[in-house]
Design a protein around this ligand. Structure first.
Ligand code: CUA
Length: 334
């Protein structure tokens, strides 16, 4: 092999490794735990991984040994028969039983010992799954938002999760294990981390056509920033600052938007889609699938079915001037 082809092959391998690593960036990997419960899950994963490695090595060694042995014993049927049963009993019954009982035991132990603060010790956040977005409520402060869960760093957070329709699963790999959102009941999950940052999460239970586009983010922030955010989210929507935004509000209130969305402080009190009172304060649109920019918002309003087929948001045929006014208004809802 020439030096040049060796270098290009190395380049290919490195590019492949970079792609593979990019696909599991630190913010969305359960192997880079940033919280107490996530650390426990990661520890369990590594224990299972290394036991798996040992079992694989043993099985491979036994297979190779059997191949060699068989050849040597071909002409000695008596020795061969003596060797037949012992490995079957030890390798086929005793060892798997011990491994399975051990792994079941440590899994149950990890589940029992995960952080589980009750409502009096923790910040309570209610999460309600919808096809295909997340409603997020802070009952103590009467705050409602969507697809973004803000939590304070260094304090336990108790998530109470349920669903408005089918079963979903809340999973933010770097911060906590995953848990299903089941119709008719409330499950809990806790987050406890002292590492501020933005952590990606996603729905981990197939829930229909747009399951893969049901993402969210958990924003862990210092206590003071969290309190500021909470206070801002608790206010009614900002009054339009100029004529264009005022016209945009009129467009919103006279279109079908009001049947599905709430903007606190206005006549819009729908509850089918996300609360838009502070839409402009969120980083993403349509459950984490695109950045919250004027262009993306305009495209989403005009033809959501193009972006997320099956979503309950209908297309609109607003005249261009009305659309511009509406975008100015929604963009002012910080
Ligand atoms: Cu919700 Cu998958």
């Amino acid at each position: 092999m020439t030096a040049r082809s060796r270098a290009s092959r190395l380049g290919l391998v490195l590019a492949g490794a970079a792609l593979a690593l990019a696909a599991c960036g630190p913010d969305q990997s359960m192997l880079s735990p940033m919280g107490a419960n996530a650390s426990r899950a990661a520890g369990l994963w590594w224990l299972m991984f290394w036991i798996g490695v040992v079992v694989w090595v043993l099985v491979t060694a036994a297979t190779l040994y059997a191949l060699v042995r068989r050849r040597r014993d071909r002409h000695d049927p008596l020795t061969a028969r003596r060797w037949e049963n012992a490995p079957l009993v030890w390798g086929g019954i005793v060892l798997p039983s011990v491994v399975l009982v051990l792994l079941t035991g440590v899994s149950i132990d990890a589940m029992r010992h995960r952080d589980h603060p009750d409502a009096s010790q923790a910040t309570v956040v209610q999460v309600i799954g919808h096809q295909w977005w997340w409603e997020v409520r802070y009952p103590e402060r009467d705050v409602v938002t969507a697809n973004e869960v803000h939590v304070p760093a260094g304090r336990p957070v108790r998530l109470e999760l349920t669903t408005a329709d089918v079963i979903h699963s809340f999973w933010v790999p770097a911060l906590a294990g995953k848990i299903d959102l089941v119709p008719g009941r409330s499950n809990t999950l806790s987050i406890n981390t002292d590492r501020p940052g933005v952590y990606e999460g996603r729905c981990a239970e197939f829930c229909g056509l747009q399951h893969a586009k049901m993402r969210f983010r958990v924003v862990v922030e210092p206590e003071s920033s969290f309190q500021d955010w909470l206070a801002a989210q608790g206010t009614s929507a900002a009054e339009p600052a100029d004529d264009l935004a005022a016209r945009g509000r009129q467009v919103f209130l006279s279109a079908s938007c009001v049947y599905c969305h709430t903007i606190r402080g206005t006549a819009a009190v729908g509850s089918v889609g996300p609360d838009l009172t502070h839409l402009a304060s969120r980083d993403t649109l349509a459950a984490g699938i695109m950045p919250n920019t004027k262009g993306h918002l305009g495209g989403w309003i005009v033809d959501p079915q193009q972006v997320k087929p099956g979503a309950r948001m209908p297309s609109s045929d607003l005249p261009p001037d009305d659309l511009q006014a509406l975008l100015a208004y929604l963009g002012s809802l910080a």
